[in-house]
Design a protein around this ligand. Sequence first.
Ligand SMILES: [Fe+2]
Length: 224
Amino acid sequence: MNIPVSPGADESAMPCGSLSHPRAAWIAAEIPLVLDCIHDEAVHLALWQLARPASLDWLDALDLDEIDDLQETFPVVDLTVSIPAALRDAGYPDDGRAATLAEEISTQARLFARIMQSDAVRIRLEIVETDACRKFHMDNVRARMIIPLTEPGTEWIEVACGQDASVRRLRAGDVGLFKGRIWAEEPAILHRSPPIAGTGISRLLLVLDLPFPALPSPMPPETF
Ligand SMILES: [Fe+2]
């Protein structure tokens, strides 16, 4: 696989085709193909640097107090119909604005499902008003796609950098595919919610997971 890394990407982020001697546990590029690099053993975060489209700028002005969280598992084949309906039920404006949001969610859900070889996706579209998972951690999942739809976005660090690790932050629109504890034997990338408690800031966050197994997990999946 030969993926051009964007000029804005950190030099330590190598295309996964060049990862025979990886210098980083993450890779970032401005094309969606970079997300497939999550299947490389060395990659624990694959980041598609995707600026949020201008057609979703209305989200910054949306009154999130009027919106309910959305949390449901959808078959991939039903996304075109089920996502717009779910957004209407959650209180999003029933007009062309919601259609653009539904298209964005459906597109990313299909991408996640293809990469993870699943025919269904658990979708959470949540309004976050607290620090939630404020400590750096890994999630108790195989892999999780995190997409901040408004800023500030999820923060992450590279474990190998130790206490000098730079705290990086996803931008609105960025698509971060993180390995979780079930997939990664050793933690290499940790993430946390940005500190917003007491600031009055609300975040709109899209999280995509594989459907949870029927049997209860001994460790409930973390949220953010
Ligand atoms: Fe998390």
